[in-house]
Design a protein around this ligand. Structure first.
Ligand code: ADP
Length: 257
């Protein structure tokens, strides 16, 4: 079936974006934002033009993970479009850069604000726009997925939080919109020490999940203390996924930079 809401309805500021990728998770705290930011900076390292949209209105984490000079979004006086701020070559839009405090809003309002922020931003010419989705699969997530034509979705989880039923829900949401889930990332899986590999939370059920749902890629990412430290101080350049494991995903979806 044809994808709903594609092509003719693409908001102006997104029309020159080649690929829009949702990074999603069922639960908070699994490293979704970390993966989204890593993915973006890894792609920049590969020569791509990249943007990140932080769609988490209640707890926007982009402002703590990157430290752009301009921390408040500007508006083009003529077109009224939002001009993304920029850090190390990545265009950034987050509610945390909107110049307001934390949001006390109900679902429908939140959807409206997020969609507005995403669709009225002028992203210019990009190879990838990475959307750091709010955790879960509620109305806010669904609305967001419907207003932009997503190329693909990446689902992030951790071994201890990988609940089959939640992942299934996430995949179902994307498949309803004909968006392929191209990868499952099992974050904080293991660490290496004394020549051995340790799985502190046990081996995750990633392999069964990808098999059951036909997800073409599974990535196990290690626990990296330096990654956490860098993410908290606004220097994503240190965070960049050194082996490019996550960015590798994209060489496999027929998308060329
Ligand atoms: P989410 O977006 O899912 O809520 P975050 O990306 O904010 O999660 O990550 C939660 C915390 O875990 C952050 O402090 C982050 O730095 C840390 N973290 C994420 N991935 C890793 C990892 N692979 N190794 C170590 N710390 C990590």
């Amino acid at each position: 079936p044809a994808r709903p809401l594609i092509a003719e309805n693409v908001p102006k500021g997104l029309q020159r974006v080649s690929n829009i990728v949702a990074v999603s998770s069922c639960k908070g705290g699994v490293g979704k934002s970390t993966c989204a930011v890593n993915l973006a900076y890894s792609l920049v390292g590969m020569g791509a033009r990249v943007g990140i949209f932080d769609a988490d209105i209640y707890g926007p984490s982009l402002p703590t993970m990157v430290s752009p000079e301009i921390r408040v979004l500007q508006m083009d006086a003529e077109t009224k479009a939002i001009i993304p701020t920029e850090y190390m070559g990545v265009k950034l839009v987050s509610f945390g850069f909107a110049g307001q405090g934390s949001a006390i809003m109900r679902g429908p309002m939140v959807s409206g604000v997020i969609t507005q922020l995403l669709t009225t931003s002028d992203w210019g010419e990009l190879d990838y726009l990475i959307i750091d989705m709010p955790p879960g699969t509620g109305d806010i997530q669904l609305t967001l997925c419907q207003v932009v034509p997503l190329t693909a979705a990446v689902i992030v989880t951790t071994p201890q939080k990988l609940a089959f039923i939640d992942v299934a829900k996430g995949i179902r949401m994307f498949s309803k919109l004909n968006v392929p889930c191209i990868a499952l990332v099992e974050n904080m899986c293991y660490f290496d020490g004394d020549g051995k590999r340790y799985y502190p939370f046990g081996k995750g059920s990633g392999p069964e999940v990808v098999q059951q749902f036909g997800i073409p890629h599974l990535y196990e990412l290690p626990i990296r203390p330096e990654l956490s430290a860098a993410g908290d101080t606004g220097s994503p350049e240190v965070v960049v996924d050194p082996q490019g494991e996550v960015a590798e995903i994209f060489s496999n979806i027929g998308v060329s930079v």
